[in-house]
Design a protein around this ligand. Structure first.
Ligand SMILES: C[S@@+](CC[C@H](N)C(=O)[O-])C[C@H]1O[C@@H](n2cnc3c(N)ncnc32)[C@H](O)[C@@H]1O
Length: 231
């Protein structure tokens, strides 16, 4: 025991601690890069058929829910920044009083956004959000995309900084089998808590959101919808 304490007090132990910290940070960074690479290639592969394979089959309820919430809270116009926007499909649900731009890590998804004549940014939202100045968009939306993001807490703070009028997110709660299946593909999926959004206006808990369209067993996905009105 005495010998062990001596070892830890040894001047080399500080260097050792620093090295361990660096190894752990590098490990985290590598995990982060792998996640980004695998998510990007998954969505690059499916982008051109995404809408066609999703439409109807997924019984995707979130855009409808967003519209209901906007209506309830008197939101009828403004600039929407859509996070993990996919093909930019959300645009067709919004009225003409809204302007739309999307961010997606998949360049093929952003090509689809551009085919719709919309503005899109390619990149990880964790990086891109930092380029937006304070209160520079009216509404932030994130539909079925935050489960790919580990540090949702940090991103939520950024949403508060960038959005002027409202924030709307879906927080899917996946069954362990789906999380495991994605892990086997080298992708981490996170069931985030709604409590990370401070002072939400409305939380709709544990609602049906969509059905996985690509698997034979039509597994329904449930989750929480969180809306925060800022002004
Ligand atoms: C399930 S799709 C949902 C697409 C769209 N929001 C919708 O409702 O149809 C998830 C999207 O999030 C994107 N994505 C995943 N991680 C991301 C990240 N870190 N930054 C930006 N986009 C990301 C994916 O490329 C994909 O297009």
């Amino acid at each position: 025991m005495g010998e062990r304490r001596n070892k830890l007090n040894h001047p080399h132990s500080a260097v050792l601690k620093m090295l361990m910290k660096k190894i752990l940070t590098d490990k985290e960074k590598t995990k982060f890069e792998i996640q980004r690479k695998n998510v990007t290639s998954l969505y690059n592969e499916v982008a051109s058929v995404y809408d066609e394979s999703f439409d109807g089959k997924a019984k995707y309820k979130i855009p409808q829910k967003l519209l209901e919430i906007y209506q309830k809270h008197g939101i009828t116009e403004g600039k929407v920044l859509d996070i993990g926007c996919g093909t930019g499909k959300l645009r067709q649900y919004l009225g003409n009083n809204f302007t739309y731009e999307g961010v997606d890590i998949s360049s093929a998804m952003i090509e689809e956004v551009k085919k719709r004549g919309l503005k899109g940014h390619v990149g990880a939202i964790e990086d891109i959000i930092e380029t937006f100045t304070d209160k520079s968009v009216d509404h932030i939306t994130a539909l079925s995309s935050l489960f790919f993001i580990k540090d949702w807490k940090k991103l939520a703070k950024e949403f508060d900084r960038v959005a002027r009028k409202s924030i709307f997110v879906s927080l899917e709660q996946f069954e362990p089998e789906i999380i495991e299946m994605m892990k086997e593909r080298g992708i981490s999926v996170y069931n985030h808590s709604a409590s990370i959004i401070k002072n939400p206006t409305e939380i709709i808990k544990n609602v049906f959101l969509w059905i996985r369209p690509t698997v034979k067993e039509r597994v329904p996905i449930f989750g929480d919808l969180v809306f925060k009105k800022l002004s």
